[in-house]
Structures are given as structure tokens and as C-alpha cells.
Design a protein around this ligand. Sequence first.
Ligand SMILES: O=c1[nH]c(=O)c2[nH]c(=O)[nH]c2[nH]1
Length: 301
Amino acid sequence: MSIVLGSNQYGKSENRVFRVYRDTARHEIRDLNVSSALRGRFDDAHVTGDQSAVLPTDTQKNTIFAFAKQHGVGAIEDFALALADHFINQTPAAEGARVEVEEYHWDRIQVDGTGHDHSFVRGGSGTRNTVVNVDGSGSDRRAHVVSGISDLTIAKTTGSEFQGFLTDEYTTLPETDDRILATALVARWRYDGTDIAWDKSFDDIKATLLQRFAEIHSHALQESLYGMGATVLEQHPEVAEIRFSAPNKHHFLVDLSPFGTENPGEVFIAADRPYGLIETTVTRDDATDPGSAWHAVPGFC
Ligand SMILES: O=c1[nH]c(=O)c2[nH]c(=O)[nH]c2[nH]1
């Protein structure tokens, strides 16, 4: 028997970068959570203890904060790609780099109907994110971008049914032609290429997901997700595939009959667990090879 080192990567996780643009009295802010990881020929760091090939995670952290000033923070995808390329170029042993960015959304505080110059309230629905994987450099460079949104909490109060399902001796669930459908959606989509108007693409895809969730008369969360994903792929040639992870946030009708009160679909108990977890991929039949695109993407390994 011999013991060998398996796959490994290392980096600095969850660097909380708060970038203020204060060129005028009307400040702008960007609030990010950035994680880096390098992979490659780092065997000695583990096996012999020789750290000469290792760019310390502390340096990775410093670089992330320095880039926020020196390069600025545009679309999170561009920020992540710049960091990944830098780490690979800086570290001869690195064969690949992964940079994940989450962006927290802030709105201006409204004062007398006007957005304040330098006061903000955390808001927005869902957290935008990206996971960039770059392999190699120069003419061998291959970059993969998976972007998405998490915690997009959505509900519809009708237009959802669940019936005709398989039954056995353990089945108790009644069939229903009218129920609440709710989820905290995680959607991640893989881009074909990197020459993309990231912000516009994100805004349009998010709008499409919400619109289709509302419009689709759902026979199951599975059908809603497939329909939402199919529309994204139809409308966005820059997207090769989209993956969903959707907890079915069950809302159970409360029995008010002991109190002599009818409850025709008006009062529900919003259960937090257990929950059905529906995970779905929608892809093109001619989609490009994903390469390392899904490497260490949370929830989608
Ligand atoms: O949309 C649903 N999909 C299921 O697979 C399922 N299973 C279940 O009990 N309720 C639901 N709802």
C-alpha cells in the first residue's frame, strides 16, 4: 500500500471587500465577499513541508483588497477574472485558479423622496454571485464563468398544483389543484465565453426567471424550473446551461375547523423543514464542454 496526495486547492475565503467611490459628494458603494483558491503542483507543500511554491493566502487576501483600489470593482465577473489571471501569472506552480465573488446589494436611503448621497440600506432580492475558473495562461488559457443568484425568495399563491404522483402504502399527501408554491431559489448559469455584457445579462436573466415563475401554471416545482431555464436558454445565446437548486418551502393549510372556522386557502403554516429539494439542470444539446467551469461551485459539485 502507498499513500498519495489527492486533489487539493488552497486560498483565502470570504474576504469582505467594501469599496467606496467618493470622487464626488454622491458616493457609490460595492460590497463583496471574495474567495480565492489555487490548484496545481503544490505537492511539496503537503508532503515534504517545502512551502517555496506557495503564494500565501495572506498575499491572496492583500491582492484582493489592492485590486479593489487599483483596478476598481466593475462587474464582479471582470474583477474575478482579473484576480484569477493575476494569481496564475504570479505563481509558477499554479495550474488553475478559482475566484468566487458574492455581491450584496445596497439601495440609497430615501430622504424626502430623494436617494441620499452617502447613506444606504441593504436591500435587493437575491444575492448575485460568480465563480470564475481559469486554467493555464497565455495561449493555453481557458476561462470559465458560472454566474448566478442565490436566496431569491419567491412565492405564488395560486397557479400551482401537485397531483397524479406515484402512491404506495406510505403515501399520505393529498393531491391538490391549488397550493402555494414558494422557494429560495439558487440559480447558476454557465456562460459560453467571457466577452459578455455581464451586468445586462444578469439583470435580464433575473427578470426572466421571475417573470416565468409568475407566468407558468405549475404542475410541480420541477416543471416550473424547467420552464424558467428553457426560456433563459432561448433568450440568452451567451448561456450554455443553467442549474437550479430549489427548496420547496411547504405552506400547509391550517385546520381551523376545531374553532368552527372555515379556512378556504387563507391561513397557512410556513414550515421551514423538512423541505423538498429540487435540483435541475437545463442545457443545450450542443452545449460547449464545461471544462473546469463547475469546479467547486457551491452546491453543484
Ligand atoms: O413540486 C413538487 N415536487 C415534488 O416532487 C413534490 N413532492 C412532494 O411531496 N411535494 C412536491 N411538490
